[in-house]
Ligand binder design. Structure first.
Ligand SMILES: Nc1ncnc2c1ncn2[C@@H]1O[C@H](COP(=O)(O)OP(=O)(O)OP(=O)(O)O)[C@@H](O)[C@H]1O
Length: 299
């Protein structure tokens, strides 16, 4: 949060609540959530399915208007509760881009890569003619590691792998030169090695272009890998139950739910494996002393 001291946060969710009315009654998907993200920073939003991550992500990217609370971008209330300011909202929507977990669902199946990337460039007047558009599309493809770009420009979504499609989705998010990308489980549908490659590419974008990231995942190991330099917010039943520097939260979780999430991480990460062993040993020691271990069934 270094940037905040000088210029304030880039994006701020202030006491956001989202209630959905369903046939079974009201669902409080997000409950009084406050988050802050500075320029070029990374934040991981972690929690199990149904904890409210996607709803928070959609509110943070302006795709959904919350039932309550304020969304500030560069210090300005972009929802303008009383007098909506359309140009301010447009600026915000350009600056904050949402990348969906399933590129098949978000990419147009009958549009090739060139059209997918050149359309927003033209629509927003970022290129003047076809040669400028080709040049910029080639640059975007190189930035997301799809090289040589000419090979990828004529391809349709079904002609690419899942990892390549997700890279195109990231390139499309980059067309409008965003300041923040909200990646909603953007790697969850990919195999581990492809996922690691994609995370490496996103990390490069973060360091080279200074783009901030809100990275949504159910997997603490992914959060540790991608968000080690930033903050982590752990969500449970619509609330933030733990929020702080990623390595501190993972290294010394204070909340029982965070500890349970940590327990669920596969042993592949040696640091986490060590921590899990230590937690189990501590629980056993507590048991031996007569105190019931947390979560142990009542005798
Ligand atoms: N449009 C909607 N209408 C009604 N209920 C909704 C709607 N969107 C989400 N919900 C409910 O809100 C809660 C939080 O959902 P959300 O998708 O935000 O969680 P999540 O943590 O992103 O889960 P997942 O990882 O499965 O997407 C869930 O109970 C969900 O069923």
């Amino acid at each position: 949060m270094a940037d905040e001291a000088t210029s304030g946060p880039l994006l701020e969710l202030d006491r956001i609540t989202q209630v959905f009315s369903t046939r079974r009654g009201e669902v409080r998907a997000v409950d009084d959530v406050t988050l802050r993200l500075g320029v070029g920073e990374v934040m991981c939003l972690v929690g199990q399915s149904g904890s409210g991550k996607s709803t928070t992500a959609k509110i943070a990217s302006g795709l959904l208007r919350p039932s309550e609370g304020v969304v500030r971008f560069e210090g300005e209330d972009i929802l303008g509760q009383r007098r909506p300011d359309k140009s301010r909202f447009k600026r915000f929507r350009r600056a904050v881009q949402y990348v969906h977990q399933d590129p098949y669902a978000s990419l147009n199946p009958i549009q090739d890569v060139y059209s997918t990337l050149s359309a927003p460039l033209r629509r927003h007047g970022l290129v003047k003619n076809r040669s400028q558009a080709r040049e910029r599309v080639a640059e975007l493809l190189a930035q997301v590691g799809l090289t040589p770009p000419e090979t990828f420009m004529p391809k349709f979504p079904h002609q690419m792998s899942g990892g390549q499609r997700q890279r195109v989705a990231v390139a499309r998010a980059l067309t409008l030169e965003p300041r923040l990308i909200i990646a909603d489980e953007a790697t969850s549908m990919l195999d581990v090695s492809i996922r690691i490659g994609l995370l490496g590419m996103l990390t490069k974008l973060r360091t080279e272009l200074g783009v901030g990231f809100m990275f949504i995942t159910h997997d603490l190991a992914m959060a540790k890998y991608f968000g080690a330099e930033g903050d982590i917010a752990v969500m449970h039943e619509g609330k933030i139950v733990e929020y702080g520097p990623t390595l501190r939260v993972i290294g010394d979780p204070q909340d029982a739910y965070t500890q349970a999430l940590l327990e669920a991480v596969p042993e592949a990460d040696p640091d986490l494996a060590r921590r899990k062993r230590a937690a189990r040993t501590a629980a056993k020691a507590a048991n031996a002393d007569g105190a019931p271990a947390s979560g142990a069934p009542a005798a």
